[in-house]
Design a protein around this ligand. Structure first.
Ligand code: SAM
Length: 241
């Protein structure tokens, strides 16, 4: 991740509640994305019914998704990685109890440097890969694929764009209106910084491009949710050897 983006996430993670407060302002379906990931992991754990179930959280942020999973699933062992130091600090605090019990492993690591092989039953990444340019994104998906066991499940939540300019304009209009209606202009500097980053510095894909990348990595796509109004997608794909 480039230095500017690391500073952006460093600032977001510097205060305990700042990230989640702003995520709900700037990502209208944030709670739906989180809830969909957590409930899918739960379903997968129940379906496999194994004594120990291994989960990887790529770009864990403040550790809130990992916390929800660990709270309700006693047989889960979860590794949470994030490249940014402040995010790791907050995650370590949030997951301290589970780390003490040997259930949570929190590491400061770039996904591109992950070296684990065929270990995890589920890997998920939410609102992370849009930070990576295309080739890095491809490599990140390969790393995730290698880290999963055969038939392991991958959940990819992310921002999306559209090829049609009218759709794109309508989406930004909805996003910006939602942010303003929810108090974003209390901090106009961050408002501009956030939308500038999203529009000009991020590397979001079209939903079809996300599907193609999954296929190229050899994942088999199971299902997906596309929120065209606000520009988010969640895909569920399985590793197949
Ligand atoms: C928008 S936050 C999402 C956090 C969390 N997944 C969530 O849904 O709330 C993006 C996170 O991805 C992390 N990140 C960005 N690039 C990364 C990379 N290459 N490897 C690991 N983490 C990365 C950032 O530091 C940040 O914490």
């Amino acid at each position: 991740m480039v230095k500017d983006k690391q500073a952006y996430y460093g600032w977001l993670g510097a205060e305990e509640d700042r990230y989640l407060r702003l995520a709900r302002i700037y990502v209208p379906p944030y709670d739906i994305l989180v809830e969909s990931i957590v409930s899918t992991v739960k379903e997968e754990v129940e379906k496999l019914n194994k004594p120990s179930f291994y989960v990887l959280d790529v770009g864990c942020g403040v550790g809130n998704i990992a916390y929800e999973i660990l709270k309700s699933l006693p047989n889960v062992y979860l590794t949470a990685i994030d490249v940014e130091n402040n995010m790791i600090k907050v995650s370590k605090q949030r997951l301290a109890q589970y780390a003490k019990e040997g259930k949570a492993f929190i590491k400061q690591l770039n996904i591109l440097e992950l070296s684990e092989k065929e270990k995890y039953d589920v890997a998920y990444t939410n609102l992370v890969l849009h930070n990576l340019p295309f080739n890095d994104k491809k490599n990140a998906l390969k790393k995730i694929y290698e880290a999963l066991r055969n038939q392991g499940l991958f959940i990819w939540g992310d921002t999306i764009i559209f090829s049609n300019e009218d759709d794109l304009k309508a989406m930004w209009h909805q996003r910006i209106t939602h942010a303003i209606d929810n108090g974003a202009l209390e901090d106009p500097y961050f408002f501009i910084k956030n939308f500038y980053k999203e529009m000009y510095e991020d590397h979001s894909l079209k939903p079809l491009e996300m599907c193609r990348l999954l296929k190229e990595t050899n994942f088999s796509l199971e299902s997906g949710i596309i929120d065209a109004r606000y520009g988010f997608a969640l895909f569920f794909a399985r590793k197949q050897d």
